[in-house]
Design a binder for this molecule. Sequence first.
Ligand SMILES: O=C(O)CCC(=O)C(=O)O
Length: 286
Amino acid sequence: MSTTLPTLDEAMAGFVDCMSQPTVPASDVAPDVAPRIEALGLAENCRQLAEEGYTVVEDVASAEFVARLREVILTKANPYGSLLAHHDPVFAEAALNPKLRAIADFSVGPGSLLSNLAATVRPQNDPSIDIDLHTDQAWVPAPYPEHNLFLTCCWMTDEFTREGGATMVVPRSHRHRRNPSAEEVAAKEGAIAIEGPPGSVAVWDGAVWHGNWPRTLPGERVVLHVSYTRLMMRPMESYPTEIEEELLAAHGDDMAELLGRNDFLGKPAGKSDFVRFYQAVRNSRR
Ligand SMILES: O=C(O)CCC(=O)C(=O)O
């Protein structure tokens, strides 16, 4: 993640090379992303995400952070509510988490955008919020491209087990590159539970078939869902300008990138903002 924009001279100097650069293969870690992936101990997560379509990143944040996240979701977030970034700093901090941003750079390319920030609370035996198998990039025409377009990260604030209502996933189903059919949804063939201790984050590819298992245990499953999308996709959610400005003032350049301020798309200047045009092309080669 380089959230610093190049100067105009740097962009001009690199542009011809950048346009003719081949795209890094979908399952490879790009050379400029690799040092962070190694330093954060995420190489195996990247491999599993590419191969299986999902992974669990453990120890993503301190126990105090996870307890604060759970408390804030239960007291401040309207469950199933989205657009949470400005409701409490804990939500923006979760979206900006360095391990998740590194995995996002690997999976959906540097310069990816915040697409969705939502919380869910699932009590025992409440079928109204059980979710069938689906893909998260369902509005993309199939066959989906080989490169992932949408990455979902589910913060577990309690233990994820099948009985606890964990996320259901069909490993390797992202290779179908389409949404499951009605028959495949009903059959759930090959579906398993994504399990992990509190403080882990379940991460999955936008093409993998997933849903969730019914919660049969007492208590409630409390989760923050953070989704990142490739910079050429439109995000699911957008904040009013004054709230975006507050988020930028509070969280700086990293937030600017997540809110799409570092690329040229959807801006009045369009491609004539050459620095941001260059940055978008460069980021899209990974
Ligand atoms: O709640 C879950 O475990 C799965 C959530 C889900 O299907 C989604 O975010 O698309």
